[in-house]
Write a protein that binds this ligand. Structure first.
Ligand SMILES: O=C[C@H](O)COP(=O)(O)O
Length: 309
């Protein structure tokens, strides 16, 4: 290389190093990832997976696995102690009702029912997930969200699901989003925390990728697609991009973050599609009922019905 070329190259390197030093920590984290998602390419990749890979996964073994990954969910305005107890009763009686089936991975309720679930759940190994942080909107003061989270943990929640502050995210206040998530992570203590991205409100798949990276960077142990309370729930394309983000984050940090598609997963085939996408993008390492969860209020019984048909 000639002397002039060498000096120019050194200058560019020095300029880049100076730029990176001046960037915020969040920008530095973002700089490691390609955040521009080609939506047409994602659609094509998802279509290929559905056409070529999904049919082979439509099996009793996969359906059994999916049942064992379900977070049996009741998040209704109309929930009562009686309706939550009826749901827990099904979990308690599962061994006698459906011998040979795995237990669901978790039950998922509003914080006000965590204590009741803790006192009535008789099956070992089923997690108690509490939504928190002013679910489903997240639009509340941090003190309220922190207190709600601490109380849910004190009552016995073994998983906490919070919602990404979508408004702040759409205002591009990424530092603010990361600070809120980190503060709630601290409130969780040792209890794993899921961050719900509410993908249908983010406007683009590039934003889904950005929100995924931001959440993991701020301390999410899982990223979850949706609350089930907005206009759409988990989509194959959103899940595909979240899986890519989890994979890239793992390559950068060595940290395995879990995935929880949730909301509008209404048929076994919906679940098989999402499972196959995770399998294709993340690989079998993620196909455990710890790393892959399904948030659903309707699917469990349908999986049992199909398995017993
Ligand atoms: O977190 C889980 C979702 O709220 C469940 O949504 P879903 O009622 O559409 O199944």
């Amino acid at each position: 290389m000639g002397i002039i070329k060498e000096n120019v190259s050194k200058d560019i390197k020095a300029q880049k190093a100076a730029q990176i030093e001046n960037m915020s920590k969040i920008d530095q984290a973002f700089a490691k990832y390609n955040l521009e998602v080609d939506e047409a390419a994602v659609e094509k990749a998802v279509k290929r997976i559905i056409d070529e890979k999904v049919p082979a996964n439509n099996t009793p073994e996969v359906k059994k696995f999916l049942y064992g990954s379900v977070e049996l969910t009741s998040l209704h305005t109309t929930d009562t102690e009686e309706s939550i107890l009826a749901m827990i009763e099904k979990v308690n009686k599962q061994d006698s009702l459906y011998p040979g089936m795995p237990h669901v991975a978790a039950v998922c309720v509003y914080p006000v029912f965590v204590n009741l679930v803790r006192n009535s759940l008789e099956v070992d190994g089923v997690e108690i997930t509490s939504v928190s942080g002013s679910f489903p909107s997240s639009q509340s003061r941090m003190e309220v969200k922190v207190a709600e989270t601490q109380l849910a943990v004190a009552d016995g929640a073994t998983n906490i699901d919070i919602v990404l502050p979508v408004g702040k995210f759409l205002s591009e206040d990424y530092e603010g989003v990361a600070d809120d998530i980190s503060e709630l992570k601290e409130a969780c203590g040792d209890v794993p925390m899921k961050v719900i991205l509410e993908t249908c409100c983010l406007g683009s798949l590039s934003n889904v990728k950005r929100a995924s990276i931001l959440s993991m960077y701020a301390g999410a142990d899982y990223i979850k697609t949706s609350t089930g309370k907005e206009k759409a729930g988990a989509t194959p394309e959103g899940v595909y991009v979240m899986c890519q983000a989890i994979k890239e984050y793992y390559e950068q940090t060595g940290v395995m973050v879990g995935l929880k598609p949730a909301g509008g997963i209404n048929t076994p085939m919906d679940a098989i599609v999402l499972y196959t996408i995770a399998q294709e993008v993340l690989g079998d390492k993620w196909l455990t009922n710890e790393m892959f969860r399904l948030g659903t209020s309707r699917l469990a019984q349908q999986l049992i019905d199909e398995l017993n048909a």
